[in-house]
Design a protein around this ligand. Structure first.
Ligand SMILES: Nc1nc2c(ncn2[C@@H]2O[C@H](COP(=O)(O)OP(=O)(O)OP(=O)(O)O)[C@@H](O)[C@H]2O)c(=O)[nH]1
Ligand SMILES: [Mg+2]
Length: 223
């Protein structure tokens, strides 16, 4: 009964087929949760589905972050857009959309720098990225993904609350579920915010991504 109850807590994922092209996907979250790796996995998945994919380096904070995404792009076969270290992330977003419109990409994944959800100026930067995207392409970003580390405890709840307030999160990706953690905090996230979990990360490789299944998750949790 507990398993059934648990499974019923999760709203079904609202990921519909994108209505327009390019589909813009904004990826946000606190430091080190697995945003860049998740983009690699999603880009790999999109490429395998035959979608022309662009990944954009909106984490302009560190040169290494841009390099990391560039390497993933190459591995997945996705195209890569970057303006280099120190560039305005909103400008990266704007020009990435331009590139996608020009080159006919089906989907754009925009990486962002990890940020503490309590830092107001950094959250404002995300708001700006979102504003600029909407201005450039009506309806963009079409999806906003919050990446949550399964090993995070209750702090994930305040992360969700503050990112949701800033950029209106559409779905959660739960990473590092291959470790010892069962990611139980997403039950609280689902109950409190009604957000669907679209994917789970199960490792460090680009193949290590699975669509979330509430029944399987509940089974694993109550074991
Ligand atoms: N085991 C495991 N490791 C993961 C998973 N996802 C990401 N990682 C690892 O977590 C670490 C951080 O991943 P990144 O993708 O760089 O995280 P990020 O959120 O982009 O980090 P910042 O950009 O610094 O905020 C790396 O060592 C990844 O290989 C996962 O699902 N399972
Ligand atoms: Mg990153």
């Amino acid at each position: 009964m507990l398993r059934q109850e648990l499974a019923s807590v999760f709203p079904s994922s609202r990921i519909a087929a994108p209505a327009s092209r390019p589909e813009i996907v904004l990826v946000v979250g606190v430091n080190g949760v697995g945003k860049t790796t998740t983009i690699a996995k999603l880009a790999h998945r999109a490429q395998m589905q035959g979608r022309k994919t662009l990944v954009a380096a909106g984490d302009t904070f560190r040169a290494a972050a841009i390099e990391q995404l560039g390497i993933w792009a190459k591995r997945t076969g996705a195209d890569f857009f970057s303006k280099g270290e120190g560039a305005d992330p909103a400008a990266v977003a704007y020009e990435a959309v331009d590139t996608a419109l020009r080159d006919g990409h089906d989907v754009v994944f925009l990486d962002t720098a990890g940020r503490l959800h309590t830092k107001v100026d950094l959250m404002d930067e995300l708001r700006k990225i979102k504003r600029v995207l909407a201005k450039k392409l009506p309806g963009a970003p079409h999806r906003c993904l919050l990446v949550v580390d399964a090993t995070t405890g209750q702090n994930a709840l305040s992360q969700t609350k503050l990112f949701h307030e800033a950029v209106s999160v559409d779905e959660i990706v739960l990473t590092k579920l291959d470790g010892t953690s069962k990611g139980g905090v997403v039950v609280a996230i689902a109950l409190e915010h009604g957000l669907p979990i679209s994917f789970v990360g199960l490792g460090e490789k680009m193949e290590d991504l699975r669509p979330f299944n509430g029944d399987d998750f509940a089974k694993a949790l109550v074991n």
